[in-house]
Design a protein around this ligand. Structure first.
Ligand code: 5GP
Length: 201
């Protein structure tokens, strides 16, 4: 049995996942973020091996063939994104909890293969706010923003695929709520019960 627990955080583009993850990892030192592999181009400021592992299409397809990915998906851009297995399993075995920040199709695949994983959906407080955040990033064309906005509507309607949902109104409150969810999950008797029973010699 794994000693740590696997958490998945998803939410529409612009809901603030990146910032939430960053603060969450600072607050919870037992939580490790899985670094995904991708075939998309590196953006300014991103670091290979920290933001993603940037791979060629051939390298990525080799990982698929060799069964080295927990899940993978081809994103909006046609680029591959996937979660390398080894890091996740090693950290869980060492007793760390692991966080995957992945989109909803990848999350669904993980849930099917690893039903004990815990999904958390991050929602924007409103559509106006989502549009503001998408535009505020100044990263994408208006056309791409509208595409992401439409996709966000579909994603929000799939919230029931997740065990938990958090509305990201205030960064600190959101992070505190997720810390509480992680703590509660680690105290389920189905997770911790055997350890407690083993106290009885
Ligand atoms: P971006 O290109 O903006 O960094 O990410 C695009 C989308 O890919 C985001 O929704 C992000 O959550 C998702 N993503 C990042 N890593 C993975 C992964 O390993 N697997 C899957 N399925 N999606 C991922």
């Amino acid at each position: 049995m794994n000693k740590g627990r696997l958490f998945i955080l998803s939410g529409p583009s612009g809901c603030g996942k990146g910032t939430v993850c960053k603060v969450l990892l600072e607050k919870n030192k037992n939580l490790k973020l899985s670094i995904s592999a991708t075939t998309r181009e590196k953006r300014v400021g991103e670091i290979d091996g920290e933001t993603y592992f940037y791979l060629s299409k051939d390298q990525f397809e080799d990982m698929i063939k060799n069964d080295e990915l927990l899940e993978f998906n081809q994103g909006y851009s046609g680029n591959y994104y996937g979660t390398p297995k080894k890091y996740v399993f090693d950290q869980l075995e060492k007793g760390f909890d692991v966080l995957l920040e992945i989109e909803m199709n990848g999350a669904k695949n993980i849930k099917e293969k690893y039903p004990e994983s815990i999904g958390i959906f991050l929602s924007p407080p409103s559509f106006d706010e989502l549009l503001n955040r998408l535009r505020g990033r100044g990263r994408e064309s208006e056309e791409l923003i509208q595409e992401r906005f439409l996709l966000a509507k579909e994603e929000i309607l799939r919230v029931d695929e997740y065990k938990y949902a958090v509305i990201n109104e205030d960064l600190n409150e959101t992070v505190d709520t997720i810390v509480n969810i992680i703590n509660a999950e680690k105290h389920l008797t189905s997770f911790i019960g055997n350890k407690i029973k083993s106290l009885v010699k």
